[in-house]
Ligand binder design. Structure first.
Ligand SMILES: *Cc1c(COP(=O)(O)O)cnc(C)c1O
Length: 234
């Protein structure tokens, strides 16, 4: 299937899920995840009107960004685990980081954003599954409270919401309880009306489970394989 057809099919499925859930399709963004994809294929998605993109490695994106310099109105989000020594490059290349998971990283990013002269939107990555190997903050942790409390001091960062990569299950229904928990956490944080914290964005759902995620309240689905096909390792 072509990228054009894939994007059209995903949009249709997103719309159907939104309808099932009684939600407005306009409030759900489709992010094209372009990791391991060469610039030509990313260009095909851009030609289809795709403007929101996600990459998970700073180095990889740095190698492609020149070839995509004419994408004036594209928005690039860093969605993978970010090391503090990559924050300067990140602040230059990305308009958002969806995977902030510590005060230390947020502070570094805030400093880097100030040096680069770019404000950065951020999401807090949550590990609802409690898996030791995964990144993201435990919903009940002091570390999450510390990050929420630090937000007013981090003036170059705009806290927009939460992100999750749930444990993989063959059956997309397996992700539903994680998505629901993330949404409940979002609602609970939003109710507290914390300074400098907005909770409008819930980034959840990937190629195999974005329909379930939309039913559970996702406002941004991150789709790679279903747009570009299986990734070949570079
Ligand atoms: C790769 C990746 C995706 C997209 O995964 P697909 O299954 O290919 O849709 C989404 N989110 C993150 C954080 C990723 O690393």
């Amino acid at each position: 299937m072509s990228i054009e057809r894939n994007i059209a099919a995903i949009r249709e499925r997103m719309e159907a899920s939104a309808r099932r859930a009684g939600r407005n399709f306009d409030e759900i963004a489709l992010m094209a995840v372009t990791k391991n994809q060469p610039p030509e294929r990313i260009r095909d998605a851009y030609a289809e009107g795709q403007r929101l993109f996600g990459e998970n490695r700073v180095q990889e994106f740095a190698g492609k960004v020149q070839a995509l310099a004419d994408f004036r109105d594209a928005r690039w989000h860093m969605i993978g685990h970010l090391q503090t020594n990559k924050t300067a490059k990140t602040a230059e290349l990305f308009s958002a980081v969806d995977s902030v998971d510590s005060v230390k990283l947020a502070q570094k990013l805030d400093g880097a954003a100030r040096s680069a002269g770019n404000k950065i939107d951020v999401l807090i990555e949550i590990n609802v599954g409690g898996e030791a190997a995964k990144t993201g903050l435990d919903p009940n942790s002091i570390a999450l409270e510390d990050l929420l409390a630090a937000a007013p001091r981090l003036q170059m960062l705009s806290f927009r919401g939460l992100m999750i990569v749930p444990p993989f299950t063959e059956d997309p229904e397996g992700a539903r309880s994680y998505f629901r928990k993330l949404r409940q956490l979002r609602d609970a944080i939003a109710l507290r009306k914390l300074p400098a914290i907005s909770m409008d964005v819930l980034s959840m759902g990937m190629s195999h489970d974005f329909e379930v995620a939309i039913e559970e309240g996702s406002t941004c689905v991150r789709v790679g394989t279903a747009i570009f096909g299986e990734r070949t390792t570079p």
